[in-house]
Design a protein around this ligand. Sequence first.
Ligand code: ATP
Ligand code: MG
Length: 284
Amino acid sequence: MYNYTIKTLIIIRMFINLHNIMAHIISIVNQKGGVGKTTTAINLGAYLAEHGKNVLLVDLDPQANASSGLGLDYNNLNKGIYESLIGSHLIREVVVPSGVTGFRVAPATQALAGANVELVDVERREFRLSDALLEIKNDYDIVLIDCPPSLGILTINGLVAADHIMIPVQAEYYALEGLGQLLNTIELIKENIKEDLNILGAVLTMFDKRTKLSGQVMDELYKYFPNKIFDAVVPRNVRLSEAPSHGKAISHYAPESKGAKAYSDLAKELIDYLEEEKIKNKNL
Ligand SMILES: Nc1ncnc2c1ncn2[C@@H]1O[C@H](COP(=O)(O)OP(=O)(O)OP(=O)(O)O)[C@@H](O)[C@H]1O
Ligand SMILES: [Mg+2]
């Protein structure tokens, strides 16, 4: 019996080593408000899970839109990502299901609103999220971080914790305002803290092909992100704006909608990119 248990443990250990997952951590960032960060975080996350990935969404925004959009009650949660940032709880202790199989959430609670002030004086203040995520890095394939619309300490934590950065850009005239400042901030983090931080690129959101403006925004955007704009473009789609009030990802609310198709395509494109990157790194 004893031998049998030891053998089983060895086999399990070998299996874990063979399949040693290291989550890809992807921050969804743009300090401009209302550009589709949270819509992207929820629905990309849901489709990554639908396509077989084990996904965690970290809601790093005190507005808690990612949490409420997945049906979690901001007022009734007694712990969330704030507790992990200050070190009182492990991330695995605050994670809750999202309603989509394979997709879990580290929610934002009311306490997170205080973090902007409270984190100013703590040790390793830019690394709090990065440090906290170490503990679950082997439990997920992909961790998405929904950042707030500012370049404050929470977003800096989101950037420092990330391997990759995805920048949703709304297809409208003022969309490119602030992109320079965001790219400068990312550059500073690369120079001082994290050399290999990778800008995955921009995702065009709320695209309306009837307006000429969207085409112009696209041309401008190529100047900021040459070769780095996702092929999957998210259309303006009323189903995407309705889904959060039902507490559901689009994959569960309106899977036949154009918005759902776009996020499913974006998820596939991201998975392909990460696979190709893995092969490239192996060959180095
Ligand atoms: N493709 C879309 N089609 C229609 N409505 C959308 C689309 N994407 C987002 N919206 C709506 O636009 C609003 C802003 O989107 P969202 O909350 O995702 O942006 P955000 O960048 O996270 O905002 P914030 O900066 O406040 O966190 C929301 O009401 C959302 O439902
Ligand atoms: Mg948001």
